[in-house]
Design a protein around this ligand. Structure first.
Ligand SMILES: Cc1ncc(COP(=O)(O)O)c(C=O)c1O
Length: 403
């Protein structure tokens, strides 16, 4: 069709040099590359998924339907419908003891993803640095780079994937503008205790450094209830949350951002000119989720805990090493000690021969090399079957696995 119009054939890259350098340099995610390579494997069990296998709770769905029927289909105020901001503020108070003014300190975003973007764009300038743990969720790095800032990954493999005050202090420079604290963690499932957060807060308290606390998995903690670092240093913390994981609402795209007024009022400018507002219909469903459904995550959590025990037991039986996860729904597993493959090749080989898909650890920064991530957002039956396949693969592929 392009050729018919006499312009732009497939090989024509005349204006390629005018693409923003930062965008050009963003690599396709390792997860996507891996998915492309194993797309044609039949009868594969996938442990790659990062979204709950439950449906959105029925009463929340009904609230969305009612919103459409009542013609709640217009723009809302930029920071979100005040009813939802009030519900979000009450949720933070009752669950985590945090106080945010719904009028000025709460922003409803298009998923936590947009919250990460607008927060970073508000606080970062070219040349500034952002400290973040490695391995880590994939979205932060490209968004930091789009701000012409530099991600400073801290190797957390020797502290059970936890950022510590000592590690942060070592990585800090005069350019450090922000520290990302994404706990409970994707991809490791690890979370920080109240004491560990307090120690980090003590270090940062007198420093001109922001904390971006990505707490999207806060409702899925298995040992202790979640603590936010904002309970120690609220004036320098931006808290991100949302309904994607707690209410299995990934497609509804509702994120929540909480920050002190002077900061939130700047972030809301970036948000307003970016998206205007989050979906009005989803916002009505979100009000239901955060009020009537405030404890909806409990049912899912019980199920995740059972699955977590099964995975722990089976990985132990296989002699595979991992840090026992205390939140989210992932295991970050060390490759079998005997393997000669890197994490990408291992995942491809396991998919092709073992018919189980896991995410190569290298997708989560260089510090994820040597590991794979498996999620447990599937039925017990699928989980058992997939784990059996992993065991069979490890036992029967000595050729690839021997040093
Ligand atoms: C740590 C973390 N933050 C943010 C997100 C994005 O969440 P949302 O779907 O609400 O944009 C994810 C999604 O997997 C995540 O794992």
């Amino acid at each position: 069709m392009y050729e018919e119009r006499g312009r732009l054939t497939t090989g024509d890259e005349n204006l390629k040099h005018l693409i923003n350098e930062q965008v050009k340099n963003i690599e396709i995610s390792g997860i996507r590359k891996f998915a492309n390579m194993v797309a044609d494997v039949e009868d594969m069990i996938s442990f790659t998924i990062g979204q709950p296998d439950f449906h959105t709770p029925e009463h929340v769905k009904q609230a969305g339907i009612r919103a459409i029927e009542a013609n709640f289909t217009a723009y809302t105020p930029n920071p979100g419908d005040i009813k939802l901001r009030k519900a979000a503020s009450q949720y933070m108070q009752s669950k985590y003891g945090l106080t945010y003014n719904p009028e000025t300190e709460v922003i409803v975003t298009v998923g936590a993803s947009e919250a990460i973007d607008v927060a970073l764009r508000t606080i970062l300038e070219p040349g500034t640095e952002v400290i973040l743990p490695g391995p880590v969720y994939t979205a932060y790095e490209p968004l930091i780079r789009l701000c012409h800032a530099t991600p400073v990954f801290v190797d957390t493999r020797d502290t059970g994937f936890k950022l510590t005050p000592e590690k942060i202090e070592k990585a800090m420079t005069a350019q450090t503008r922000c520290i990302i604290l994404p706990y409970p963690s994707n991809p490791t499932g690890v979370t920080l205790s109240k004491e560990e957060l307090k120690a980090i807060a003590d270090l940062l308290m007198d420093k001109d450094i922001y904390v971006l606390a990505d707490e999207i998995y806060s409702e899925l903690t298995y040992e202790e209830p979640h603590t936010s670092i904002a309970s120690f240093i609220p004036d320098q913390t931006i808290v991100l949350n949302g309904l994607s994981k707690s209410h299995s609402m990934t497609g509804w795209r509702i994120g929540l951002l909480f920050a002190p007024e002077w900061l939130a009022q700047n972030i809301v400018k970036v948000h307003a000119f970016n998206v205007s507002c989050a979906s009005s219909i989803s916002q009505q469903a979100a009000v239901e989720a955060l009020t009537v459904g405030i404890n909806d995550a409990e049912t899912m959590k019980k199920e995740y805990m059972k699955r977590r025990e099964l995975v722990c037991r089976r990985l132990d039986e296989m002699g595979l090493e991992y840090v026992r996860p205390s939140g989210a729904f992932y295991f970050f597993v060390k490759l079998p000690a005997t393997t000669i493959l890197n994490s990408f090749d291992f995942a491809v080989d396991l998919a092709k021969k073992g018919k189980v898909a896991v995410v190569p650890g290298s997708a989560f920064s260089e510090y994820g090399e040597g590991y794979f991530r498996m999620s447990y957002v599937c039925s017990m039956e699928t989980l058992k079957k997939g784990l059996n396949r992993i065991e069979y693969y490890i036992k029967n592929n000595e050729r690839n696995l021997q040093k």
